[in-house]
Design a protein around this ligand. Structure first.
Ligand SMILES: C[S@@+](CC[C@H](N)C(=O)[O-])C[C@H]1O[C@@H](n2cnc3c(N)ncnc32)[C@H](O)[C@@H]1O
Length: 257
């Protein structure tokens, strides 16, 4: 008689990556995702940041808001969403068995594709917004994909837990982006890849000036041209590549093996 071992559920595989003291006691996946924040909200007070918690935005985010935002940031000739996804895959060099973390995953618009690419691996989508995650879990179809509500600046995972980490269209909204980068590099395994998409200062004004104005009006942080590449280098990452498109930058890097 042949016996088959049932696959370990994705949530169990994710919990195995947690720092022991960060493992939650109960309430697992009550809403379809693991909630580590409860009443806590790390997203910041600016209206642009609060918007990410709105139920209405979560519903139109993937089909309307995000494609439009990409156009505004990268211009009419910049990559559309499908091309952005291909860029992410290229930068992350996903293999079927990879453990992948999508930081600030929103409604899972890229996370779902990563789960198809790393089909024998594990994909974790992390975001702080309940409304974004509510949409993400509705769209989930892969057994290797799990969502959690957490803070990008205080990841619960052990060092070197992931082979690939994506953080698209989010560092500019995160309250303390350098702390998020600390965490991303900490949980990246040797040989692991990181892919970022964020804002980039262009034009005659220094980033400090542009950032002061844009941040006050929109809540979006404008990074200086070498700010993210330098931050990754300072955290020991190598093979850093930057591609500036319009007011955005794609940045990829690797933790040395
Ligand atoms: C514009 S969405 C990006 C979604 C997706 N990555 C994309 O490229 O379309 C930014 C996300 O960052 C999340 N976010 C902001 N601050 C966060 C934090 N401290 N921890 C986790 N997620 C955060 C928001 O909730 C929002 O869903």
């Amino acid at each position: 008689m042949s016996s088959t071992i049932p696959p370990v559920p994705a949530v169990e595989r994710m919990l195995a990556l947690f720092e022991p003291e960060r493992r939650p006691a109960g309430g697992l996946l009550e809403d379809g995702y693991l909630d580590l924040l409860g009443e806590e909200d790390p997203t910041g007070a600016h209206p642009g940041q609060r918007l990410m918690l709105s139920g209405a935005l979560a519903l139109i985010y993937e089909r309307l808001w995000r494609p439009l935002g990409g156009r505004l940031l990268m211009g009419a000739t910049g990559p559309g969403i499908d091309e952005e996804y291909r860029i992410a895959l290229r930068m992350l060099e996903l293999s079927p068995k990879d453990r992948v973390l999508d930081v600030a995953c929103g409604p899972g618009n890229f996370t779902r594709g990563f789960a198809r690419a790393a089909r024998a691996g594990l994909v974790v989508g992390l975001d702080a917004s309940k409304t974004m995650l509510a949409v993400a879990v509705q769209e989930t179809e892969s057994a290797n994909l799990v969502y959690m509500r957490g803070d990008a600046c205080a990841l619960p995972f052990r060092d070197a837990s992931f082979n690939a980490i994506c953080c698209f269209a989010a560092l500019y909204l995160i309250q303390e982006p350098m702390r998020a980068l600390d965490e991303i590099s900490r949980v990246l395994a040797p040989g692991g890849r990181v892919a970022l998409l964020s804002s980039c200062n262009r034009g005659p004004l220094p980033a400090r000036t542009t950032n002061a104005v844009v941040r006050r009006l929109s809540g979006v942080r404008i990074f200086a041209r070498d700010e993210l590449t330098q931050a990754l280098s300072d955290r020991g990452l190598t093979a850093i590549e930057q591609n500036v498109v319009g007011l955005a930058q794609f940045v990829s890097a690797r933790r040395p093996s």
